[in-house]
Design a protein around this ligand. Sequence first.
Ligand SMILES: Nc1ncnc2c1ncn2[C@@H]1O[C@H](COP(=O)(O)OP(=O)(O)OP(=O)(O)O)[C@@H](O)[C@H]1O
Ligand SMILES: [Mg+2]
Length: 388
Amino acid sequence: MNTARQPEAFVTVRHITKRYGDVVAVDDVSLTVGEGHTLALLGPSGCGKTTVLRCLAGLETPEQGHIAIAGTVVFDAERGINLMPEQRGLGIVFQSYAVWPHMTVAENVGFPLKVRKVPKDEQRDRVARILEIVGLSAWRDKPATLLSGGQQQRVALARALVYEPRLVLFDEPMSNLDALLRDQVRIELKTLQDRLGFTAIYVTHDQSEAFALAETVVVMNRGKVETSGAPREMSYRPRTPFVARFLGLNVRGGRAIRTGDLQTGLCYAEVALSDRLTLRGLIGDERPMPAGSSVLACIRKEHVALRKLPPGGLTTHGALIGEIRAAAFLGVEEEYLVDVEGVELRAVQLPIGAQAGDLVAVSIRPEDCTVFLASGETGVAATDEVKT
Ligand SMILES: Nc1ncnc2c1ncn2[C@@H]1O[C@H](COP(=O)(O)OP(=O)(O)OP(=O)(O)O)[C@@H](O)[C@H]1O
Ligand SMILES: [Mg+2]
């Protein structure tokens, strides 16, 4: 990686731990965010995402660790530094947009300036400017409760941005919005960030939201950072079976038949997933994987390629044969549940007009299959599909 092009870390979190009684909500978490960048925090319910944000904001005090924002140490357990929330210069947007019903739009948005005792004229100018940016100028004197959900969310956004914080924390800000509004607010948010240049930490359950907004995605599991990386890399080459499951990949158990280096220098494993189904995949584990090891093969649904076979025509030139178990239309693409030589896999692709009972040719490229040792897996979700 070309480190010279990486921006300076704007937010540095080092080894923070936060307990509630016996529960370790945040367990030795470290992360950095470059200036103007967005970091998305993803992970199952209860993994500690909100607690990390609350520690950053100064709403919780970790037992251990160090937090610096824009070159200022805002928290350091050893040195006894713990700045008040209002001294940390950040904005927060929560899941419930929480506009105050007895105030107008302008009063809602101007509230953070009022409590900071910004001169009245300046308050008026700043509120007008941010309302213009979020497209709510026409609503300034209306009661906030008259606004639609999406508009109220924009009020919350404007209120977080009005004093031009250099860091904005978002905790599932879109979860009360319908799909169409989400798309709209997401694009607005991206545009706002380009214009205002703030750094963001964005907590979400929704992986497509995380992937669309963030330069870096951090996946948490039971209070710890499971892995972090760029969205594409995270999605195409999951680093752990937990991440693969969390992102909804096919994860199937099997046994390594043989492993080795091919010409490419990459480490491949040949894996038996059933008596009849053998696949080749890239080894994702750093630990040695001798033949006979119990393994997990992880394959994105988009990488299980199906081709409908003509009736009676089984001339597939060595391709695997699968039988469609179920098909569900997703709006543009279709999701198929397909039995491939005794192993059920999910495939997502443009509709091929196949229905339950139809035979299909199935192909999975070795570079699209990542193989891990099954032992030592952390925080395994009970089901194959983790709905987020
Ligand atoms: N004030 C509190 N008192 C006691 N336990 C808490 C408190 N806040 C959080 N926890 C516990 O800490 C853990 C992490 O909670 P947190 O709210 O950070 O999770 P989360 O990842 O934001 O989950 P969700 O996706 O459901 O919002 C959970 O086990 C939770 O029960
Ligand atoms: Mg939360």
